[in-house]
Structures are given as structure tokens and as C-alpha cells.
Design a protein around this ligand. Structure first.
Ligand SMILES: Nc1ncnc2c1ncn2[C@@H]1O[C@H](COP(=O)(O)OP(=O)(O)O)[C@@H](O)[C@H]1O
Ligand SMILES: [Mg+2]
Length: 297
């Protein structure tokens, strides 16, 4: 693993020490079984917190849902990845600048189409990704709920997967089902668990125990409790205002916790064996699609 000492200013970390951070590209797919558990809000605010810490963040909006990234961040998006895949606009033109220096890629639909390109189209698209190589070092993917083909592609290419759930039994069951399906694709063996909407810290531990009790018995996976985010009405206020919680209420309990989680993410080692930059990531996406098609043939 490549790591170097990165000096962060006191404003960014609250302390003046040098901090050992893992450098290189980090790609995290946020998934959940059930919808409405807070994936989009946590993705967007985590992205912002990471940008505040000096990372160059691309937030991929891979959900066509109602409360998607552009809505909660107050952005206007014109094109999606589909338009770039169809050759209508250059890839760089579909990126939208978000708050705090993050960039949003409205992926919505188009992932499966990307895996159906012929070689010439694929290379043309990959060529355009050259410009992304130095531009971003962190990718957060806000996925649709459930386990559609697109979610599986993204999680498979990302390698780092954050499963978001709340305390509801149905959310936990659906989170388990998601882990089960993703683990069958073999690219995902380790999962981070993020428990949202907790009243107290022990809620997260409860959820973690319930999930791992079953997973340890039936699945060949490891799950680590990444953290929790408290229920916080400020988050609803931020959604209504179409502004990120971290900007509008940076001192709120949920915002402070998300900032802590960003620190934790940066200090955790990236998974072994994940090589290459942005381009490799997209190439992994393509490859998976092609493997799927070969499997069906
Ligand atoms: N920690 C929290 N405290 C209070 N409300 C929350 C919290 N997390 C999410 N919500 C609310 O839940 C709703 C769904 O969140 P969202 O991020 O859109 O979920 P998902 O993307 O998983 O469907 C939002 O309207 C948001 O206001
Ligand atoms: Mg969402």
C-alpha cells in the first residue's frame, strides 16, 4: 500500500500534527437494501467532508430516485452519463460543480449501456477519462436502493462498499440480502456498515450484531461497523433548503459525526489489491458487463 505523510492544516483537522493518510484513489460505493435510509444525504455530506479535508472528490449520482443528489444539493443538471455514452456530449461536460469544490457526475442511467459499447466507442470514452486521472482522487457513488445490475457493477468495480441501514428490521433484512447478492459476485468480500438515524451509539452495535449473527453463519464475508449517524432534524431542514447539512449546520450532531467518519475513512487502509486510477475503475465496470454478457451467451 502506498502511503505518505500528508500535512493537513489545523483548520482542516482541528490539530496541527502531521497525519498519516493513505494516498491514491479511493472509490466507495454506498448501497442499501431499502430506500429512504439516508444514502443520498450521507453520500453528499461525506463527499463534502472529504473535500474539506483536501480530497478531490467526484460524487457519482447513480440513482434516478426522487430525492437525488442534484435536488438535495440544489444543482441543475442537464446531461447524464447516458448522453456521454451516446456520444451527444463530451464526458467532461456532464460534470456539475457542487458545493465545497466537489463535482457531481449524474450517472442515473447509462451504466449498463456503457458495458454494451463496441471497442471503438469504449476506447473513445476511456480516452476522455485521461483528463479525470489527476482531477479526482476520491469517488463516492450514491447508488439506487436494492440490487439492480447497475448497483452490482458499481459495487464490483469500487471494491469498497458501505452498506447503509437504519434500525428498522426490514432495512436490516434488506441490507443482509444486498450483502448476500454482492458477495456472490466475488469482487466484494468486505463490507463497511453505516447505521443511520440512531438514537444512541448502542443502536448501531445492536444492528451490527443482528446482521453479523446471520452473515457469519451463511455468508463468506467480513463486515465491519464503520460508524453511525444520529437522527437529527437539522438534516431534514437542510434537505428542505436544498443545501448540504455540513454547510448549513456544520455544528449539528449529524454533521459533526459525518466529519468524524470522513476522518476515519481517510485513516483506514484501502483494500488490498486495488490498483490503478480512475481509468482502471471504469475499465473494471466495462469488464464486468462484458463478463455478464458472455455468461448469458
Ligand atoms: N440522520 C438523519 N436524521 C434525520 N433525518 C434523516 C437522517 N438521515 C436521513 N434522513 C431523512 O430521510 C430521508 C431519506 O434520506 P435519503 O438520503 O434520500 O435516503 P436514500 O438515499 O437512502 O433513499 C430524507 O428526507 C432525510 O431528510
Ligand atoms: Mg437516494
Amino acid at each position: 500500500m502506498s502511503a505518505e505523510i500528508v500535512k493537513l492544516s489545523g483548520r482542516q483537522t482541528g490539530q496541527m500534527d502531521d497525519v498519516l493518510l493513505a494516498t491514491g484513489l479511493r472509490v466507495m460505493a454506498m448501497v442499501s437494501g431499502k430506500g429512504g435510509v439516508g444514502k443520498t444525504n450521507l453520500s453528499a455530506n461525506l463527499a463534502l467532508a472529504l473535500a474539506n479535508r483536501g480530497r478531490k472528490v467526484l460524487l457519482v449520482d447513480a440513482d434516478l430516485g426522487l430525492a437525488n443528489v442534484d435536488i438535495i444539493l440544489g444543482l441543475t443538471t442537464r446531461y447524464t452519463l447516458y448522453d456521454a455514452v451516446a456520444g451527444k456530449v463530451p464526458l467532461a461536460d456532464i460534470l456539475v460543480e457542487g458545493p465545497g469544490g466537489i463535482w457531481v457526475l449524474p450517472a442515473s442511467s447509462g451504466i449498463y449501456e456503457m458495458t454494451c459499447l463496441d471497442d471503438e466507442q469504449r476506447y473513445a470514452l476511456l480516452d476522455q477519462l485521461d483528463g479525470f486521472e489527476d482531477r479526482f482522487d476520491t469517488v463516492i457513488i450514491d447508488n439506487a436502493a436494492g440490487i439492480s445490475r447497475d448497483v452490482q457493477f458499481f459495487a464490483g468495480a469500487a471494491r469498497e462498499v458501505m452498506v447503509v441501514t437504519d434500525r428498522e428490521p426490514t432495512s436490516i433484512t434488506d441490507a443482509y440480502a444486498t450483502i448476500k447478492v454482492l458477495s456472490q459476485r466475488r469482487t466484494n468480500r468486505h463490507f463497511h456498515l453505516l447505521v443511520n438515524n440512531v438514537h444512541q451509539e448502542s443502536d448501531a452495535l445492536d444492528v451490527y450484531r443482528r446482521l453479523t449473527q446471520v452473515a457469519d453463519r451463511f455468508l463468506d464475508v467480513s463486515i465491519s461497523l464503520f460508524g453511525n449517524v444520529p437522527r437529527d432534524e437539522n438534516l431534514n431542514r437542510a434537505v428542505m433548503a436544498r443545501r448540504p447539512l455540513l454547510e448549513l449546520f456544520p455544528d449539528s450532531p449529524a454533521a459533526e459525526r459525518i466529519a468524524e467518519l470522513a476522518d476515519k475513512f481517510l485513516h483506514s487502509p484501502p483494500p488490498e489489491g486495488l490498483d490503478g486510477g480512475m481509468k482502471m475503475f471504469w475499465e473494471r465496470l466495462f469488464r464486468q458487463g462484458n463478463n455478464d454478457k458472455e455468461g448469458q451467451a
